[in-house]
Design a protein around this ligand. Structure first.
Ligand code: IYR
Length: 222
């Protein structure tokens, strides 16, 4: 007998040897993911974007409020509008707002204020974090851990796109207020990430960098 409001967990047991195999396979697949700024204009079906958003929407989240709105844009004029506005803000960021200590770590990654990927990629997905929710009594109430929730969901989106065989980039124009205006989102929704999605272009490049080793990122107490 289940507790009221609960149902039995559906759980498929996996043999330990198979788990070991999968853990390695998942790591190898994930390690092949790279962030490139070079996107092809080749089309991607809306169905794939829908499934990636649905996958992201399975993320664990604060009080199951699912505090996210995903805006997916394939309309070329709208992508251009977003790019134009992002480039205005980013030009100010790179020229005036970015302190030396920040430039120092960004320089090797080759990022700049030119956001070609926002118009080249067939889709641009903007993640809005819902900072408030409408309560049953009609009043506004808070959401909980919405930044963590959206961060986890964004990671799942990135992973889904990679597993599909496409690529995405987590672009963070700052400030992001222009996105609410262009995409007509309400005040309680705060833009968090802009993710062009598509195929890498022919000859796409990535920075020649390495990931930290397990010893560098993890500590075990056994
Ligand atoms: N938001 C800018 C700058 C930028 C910041 C970090 I931290 C990066 O890892 C990459 C870029 C941009 O999106 O270009």
């Amino acid at each position: 007998m289940s507790q009221d409001g609960f149902i039995p967990l559906e759980w498929q047991a996996v043999p330990v040897s198979e788990m070991e195999r999968r853990s390695f396979e998942i790591y190898i697949e994930a390690s092949k993911r790279r962030t490139t700024r070079h996107f092809s204009k080749r089309e991607v079906s809306k169905n794939i974007i829908e499934k990636a958003i649905l996958t992201a929407g399975t993320a664990p989240n604060g009080a199951h409020l699912q505090p996210w709105t995903w805006v997916a844009i394939s309309n070329q004029e709208l992508k251009q509008k977003i790019r134009d506005a992002a480039e205005i803000e980013e030009a100010k960021t790179y020229q005036d707002r970015m302190p030396e200590a920040w430039k120092e770590v960004l320089d090797p990654l080759g990022t700049d204020a030119v956001k070609t990927h926002l118009t080249d990629a067939p889709w641009v997905v903007v993640l809005f974090r819902q900072s408030k929710r409408k309560r049953e009594n009609g009043e506004w109430g808070p959401t909980y851990y919405s930044t963590e929730s959206c961060g986890i969901a964004a990671g799942m989106f990135v992973s889904a796109i990679h597993r599909v065989g496409l690529t995405t980039l987590t672009h963070t124009p700052s400030p992001m207020g222009f996105l609410s205006e262009i995409l007509d989102r309400p005040k309680h929704e705060v833009a968090m990430l802009v993710m062009p999605v598509g195929y890498p272009s022919d000859g796409a490049e990535v920075p020649d960098i390495e990931r930290k080793s397990l010893e560098d990122i993890a500590i075990f107490f056994e």
